[in-house]
Write a protein that binds this ligand. Structure first.
Ligand code: GLV
Ligand code: MN
Ligand code: MN
Length: 414
């Protein structure tokens, strides 16, 4: 390839971040507003600076490294992904996109190329929603969608709000609106490289994926409340058993997803908590998550409608109470056709094979796509594994993604 991508530079950078986890030996656990994130961000800032970028942290804790273009007033091309992780995740989810962005900045510097537009390499904060149950915090803040009420509304399992977590982390929550960009004026495009996290691209044997749409997502925490009583002495017809009610709902969630049909429709109960969680006490309270995704908003609405109707019916019959707390709602998004065509042209030029494919995972790009021209490039995930310590992608595939994006920048924005 006639550019100066360095696979070993990418590998070295990726490996530097493996240690920033609160679960050493059990994958990456880098939850937002923690010491692990702070250390990761500090090192990222150093790597960005040594690539020649001017680095700043915004008031949401996003990290932004900027390389000026010939016209400093032109809107920036933002290349971003997230630096937080799930619990017991892998080293590639999110970080791969930031490191590829830094590599592109180094390639521009090494080739002494100044683009027409500035570029910004962005590490976003709390994309996963693992700690506070929501998600896309950094990009939401960038888009002006986070206010003080939001910071107080979402709390972690210990009852710590985003507001308080920001203070402990060294950010001033009162200044959250300063993270909002005047994106129509300031941002020309949002470009995200990410691992596929599934098996489709890997099984195809193709080099890269060009993502044409991302599923919409809605997330809920459902709490069913019954009455704690003795498990041995309370007759079956005199119980208000929160577990009995909750399990009748939980067992139907995947059926509703199948009934809703294709279009990438999935629904998952991945979290559950029982009170008092004892063998000989009838459950007083069961809380569980419902994560619903589809390319088709009507399918999401179908599943959420079923969830509400069945909660009414089942809890009504048994005399239990329930609450449903919505944690996230983002509609499905199409990515930008113009940028997809540019990337396809670059792949052809570089002799890299590709397929267009949808994303079933949520990404920062889902948050930006309705308002900023947005595109994603997927690199294959080994055995389709992700959100697991088994997550792996080849560094040479990350280098391929860097080359394609670099070529697209040079061809269209020079
Ligand atoms: C984030 O990775 C998600 O898709 O939940
Ligand atoms: Mn993830
Ligand atoms: Mn991710």
């Amino acid at each position: 390839m006639d550019n100066q991508v360095s696979t070993s530079r990418i590998q070295k950078d990726m490996e530097m971040f493996e240690g920033f986890t609160s679960t050493p030996g059990q994958g990456i656990t880098r939850l937002p507003f923690t010491i692990e994130v702070r250390k990761c961000v500090n090192l990222l800032a150093k790597r960005m600076k040594s690539a020649g970028l001017a680095v700043r942290e915004d008031s949401a804790g996003n990290l932004i490294g900027r390389l000026e273009g010939r016209n400093p007033d032109a809107p920036a091309l933002v290349i971003g992904s997230h630096f937080d992780s799930v619990r017991f995740g892998g080293n590639f989810d999110g970080m791969a996109g930031i490191i590829v962005g830094i590599e592109i900045a180094r390639m521009l510097r090494d080739a002494a190329v100044t683009l027409r537009n500035p570029i910004e390499i962005m590490g976003t904060h709390d994309e996963e929603g693992m700690r506070f149950g929501t998600g896309f915090f950094g990009t939401k803040a960038m888009m002006g969608e986070v206010d003080g009420d939001y910071l107080h509304r979402f709390k972690d399992a210990d009852g710590v709000s985003i507001y308080d977590a920001m203070i402990c982390y060294g950010l001033d929550p009162v200044r959250i609106k300063e993270a909002a960009r005047d994106y129509k004026k300031e941002i020309a495009a949002f470009l995200e490289v990410h691992i596929e996290q599934g098996p489709v691209l890997g099984n195809s044997g193709l080099n890269l994926g060009l993502v044409n749409c991302i599923v919409g997502m809605q997330r809920y925490i459902v709490t069913v409340t019954g009455r704690p009583d003795h498990a041995g002495t309370t007759p079956m017809d005199m119980r208000i058993d929160a577990m009995d009610c909750a399990s009748k709902i939980i067992s139907q969630v995947s059926d509703w997803a199948k009934q809703a049909g294709g279009n990438g429709t999935v629904a998952t109960v991945g979290y559950a908590q029982v009170m008092p969680n004892a063998m000989n006490i009838i459950a007083q309270e069961v809380s569980f998550s419902v994560d619903v995704r589809s390319k088709d908003q009507a399918s999401i609405d179908y599943i959420v409608g079923k969830m509400h109707a069945e909660l009414e019916r089942v809890c009504g019959e048994k005399g239990a109470r329930f609450t449903v707390s919505e944690k996230l709602r983002v509609p499905p998004a199409d990515l930008d056709e113009k940028l997809l065509a540019m990337l396809a042209q670059s792949c052809d030029k570089l002799g890299l094979s590709y397929m267009r494919l949808p994303s079933g995972a949520g990404h920062d790009s889902l948050q930006t796509a309705p308002k900023i021209d947005t595109v994603m490039v997927f690199v294959p995930s080994k055995n389709g594994r992700s959100h697991s310590p088994a997550e792996w992608s080849e560094y040479s595939d990350l280098a391929n993604a860097a080359c394609v994006l670099y070529d697209t920048l040079l061809t269209n924005f020079q």
